[in-house]
Design a protein around this ligand. Sequence first.
Ligand SMILES: Cc1cc2nc3c(=O)[nH]c(=O)nc-3n(C[C@H](O)[C@H](O)[C@H](O)COP(=O)(O)O)c2cc1C
Length: 184
Amino acid sequence: MTASYNIAVITGSLRKEAFSRRLAMAAIKLAPGHKFDVVPIGDLPLFNQDLEQTPPAPWTTFRDRVRPADAVLFVTPEYNRSMPGVLKNAIDVGSRPYGQSVWNGKPGAVIGTSPGAMGGFGANHHLRQSLTFLNVPVLQQPEAYLGRIGGAFDDHGELTDESVRKFLTGFMEAFIAWIGQQKK
Ligand SMILES: Cc1cc2nc3c(=O)[nH]c(=O)nc-3n(C[C@H](O)[C@H](O)[C@H](O)COP(=O)(O)O)c2cc1C
């Protein structure tokens, strides 16, 4: 029997109609048999080490939601050739207190996306840089830089682009296999 995993999903945009969230929802549908928790990051107070002794409730809620997951999937747009600040803030919040990072050892995968041609390459790799330090073994192949994403959805936000669907299907298969390998 194939294992079933609990996967936290974090998207890097707070925009209601975000392409990154639409892609995340599409990816989730393409991996039936696993439990996904889309963990919100928009209400996390900016990380401030002075608050570590009495952490704001949203930090604790966030950490408690990510901690039990078997793995984590990031789907992010690119802001100024890097990951959006809200996503970096969530990474920082999850990484502390020192020695209690919720990311440590969790298999991960990153999907970068953009309406532009480069598919969020810069965001994807800046995120990978942090994940390397945080001991998140990140799926290497296939890499996901989903460019020209603006036309991939219908008016209801459903994925209609067949080439993106095919890619995402293979990506999610590879991610699930990756989780299995890391958990051995
Ligand atoms: C502050 C800001 C910076 C941006 N920088 C980039 C960028 O470096 N590369 C890029 O491809 N798109 C950039 N964009 C365009 C975003 O890719 C686009 O707004 C996208 O729809 C945001 O992702 P979302 O649909 O998931 O919200 C930027 C947008 C904003 C608001």
